[in-house]
Design a protein around this ligand. Sequence first.
Ligand SMILES: *[C@@H]1O[C@H](CO)[C@@H](O)[C@H](O)[C@H]1NC(C)=O
Ligand SMILES: *[C@@H]1O[C@H](CO)[C@@H](O)[C@H](O)[C@H]1NC(C)=O
Ligand SMILES: *[C@@H]1O[C@H](CO)[C@@H](O)[C@H](O)[C@H]1NC(C)=O
Ligand SMILES: *[C@@H]1O[C@H](CO)[C@@H](O)[C@H](O)[C@H]1NC(C)=O
Length: 612
Amino acid sequence: MRRLYPFHLYIFVVSILIVRADDDSKRRYLVSDDNDSGITRLKPKIQIAVPVHPYSKAKILPFTLSAIESQEYPKERIKVFIYFDLYKRILDDLTHLNGHRDSQLDERYVRNLLSYEVITAWITANKKKYKDIQLIIRYLDDSDEALQDSVDYWTEPRFRRIIELKTLAMRDSINNWADYLFLIDSDVVLTINKTLTRLVDARKPLIAPLLYSLNTYSNFWAGMNEKGYYVRTDDYYPILEGHKLGTFKVPMIHSCILMDLNIEEAGHLTFDNSLMSDVPYDDIITFAISAKRAGIPMYLMNEVWGYMMLPTRTMNLSTLDQDLTDLRLEAIDDKHTFPISPSLVHFTNRLNPLGDKLGVDEVYVINLKRRPERLKSMLEKFNVLGIDAQVVTATDGKNISEKELEVLGVKPMPDYLDPFHKRPITFGEIGCFLSHYRVWQEMVSKNYERVIVFEDDVQFERHFRSQWFKRLKALDNLPSSSQPDFVYLGRKPLASKEEKLAPIDGFAIPEYSYWTIGYMISNQAASFMLRSEPLKNILPIDEFLPIMFSKHPRTDWMRYFSIAPINAWSVHPLLISPTHYVGDEQYISDTEQTDKIKVSNSDLSRSKHNEL
Ligand SMILES: *[C@@H]1O[C@H](CO)[C@@H](O)[C@H](O)[C@H]1NC(C)=O
Ligand SMILES: *[C@@H]1O[C@H](CO)[C@@H](O)[C@H](O)[C@H]1NC(C)=O
Ligand SMILES: *[C@@H]1O[C@H](CO)[C@@H](O)[C@H](O)[C@H]1NC(C)=O
Ligand SMILES: *[C@@H]1O[C@H](CO)[C@@H](O)[C@H](O)[C@H]1NC(C)=O
């Protein structure tokens, strides 16, 4: 038996729901383009409804609520309704949290409590700002099916519950007060604070902002078949990728919807499949079909957007946490930040404990001083990933004097020409080499066994941390004689010949490759590289490394260096890629743009030629 009732919590008073239809509930909201002087027209009244899953959204919920709070819309015109399920055990006996239960079960109780704490902290901080905030709690017994079933998230009771909550939210807001209902899932984070205003101003009966997720998933469909299922159409990607900006009529929006309640047909909208014929057992499809049958069009606005979690069928909390990390990384790459309000910041700090060195002695990130935005973005990503990195200020090729090069004994390798541009090495490339070189010097002088070196424009692949640690563990299980001295985390393979896989899973033996965006290097490899005296015959670092690995097609270039071949591997598949590729709009290469070195009598002088 499930009971459903609003609950009075200790900290704040939940007002009784007064079910009273507004006299003017059928009146259309007057748009404010009339010119009556001296009159201030109030913004439409919005009821925001947030159904919260009992435990699976605990970690993203602080961002979801902060994003709602950050919306630039008069809060006195907003009522917030939060619908939440609380396990009785949490309230009855908190000490059970430390009891002897199966760990997965424990974690779900812990997160149920955490969600509750997040919600109540947010309400306490905000209840005076909004017209009203209500928390509608249902108690769950231990016997709740959602808790019993350890694997499948989308159990039938779970679906039923979501349908119930959304139906309740709609009924509450229609009966209560609002011109609009803003129904937002508890794993949606709006990163643009004008979203609510823009949606209201669009004056559409049903409208959603675009929500990005991982992969190409989002909160709208561009095509739907007769039965109400997804159909891929050519309209999807142009809208998703913003090739065209605006408001588009689409057959399906979900997860974050603004509903105009002052339209007669709104009464026909439903999430409940049992009220409709011929619809699948699915709340969002039911809703879209009910809108279609009632003749209410749906719109998607891609000028404002946010992020949402990828839906999962299984409820693996560790996977969910990693997905949240990846979603935050994606937002950082888009130059967006998940909002976090002061009242909730301590909950998110728990996501990023101190940070570590990825299992090696040091993690370096090389950054040019004149690219602070890249460093900021990298440090944000490290923070989200829990990496404690040391920043190395790069040697700036733009600013390097010939005198300094002379002191360092830097001389270009005589027969080097860039294979694509047929040009000598640039000052930028020299600066880049010297930066890595200084890191190798430091690690050798500090006697570090292994370090990881990143450049500052790195994008991390899905589940980076757990993938990396899986690889590192596999390496550590090898006898030290067969461990590689150098491991690419990201690179651009150039060789046409097929590469061999390494003797253990997750690695390949790299052939000729470019890029130095991220690698792990051993003390031994760094010492070899330093001893080969590369500055005396300098060439771009991503040409130098393959020579050290005896993998460079120009075997004649090996004669310039004293080589003890370094055993290099690469993670496979790669774990990082550059944020920008050549040809991208935002691509700025710090090594390509600087002046070339003219190779005249082994002299170093700036050529006048400028590449870009
Ligand atoms: C309102 O007034 C402005 C300036 O006084 C004018 O440009 C605009 O056209 C008017 N709008 C309407 C709907 O009359
Ligand atoms: C809304 O976002 C803009 C741009 O990010 C920012 O400048 C502004 O301060 C924000 N407004 C509020 C009220 O936070
Ligand atoms: C969750 O997934 C991770 C790998 O992503 C796995 O190691 C772990 O055992 C899974 N946990 C459960 C309870 O299935
Ligand atoms: C360039 O070098 C000079 C002298 O070494 C230094 O004072 C200046 O800060 C440098 N500029 C940049 C942009 O690094």
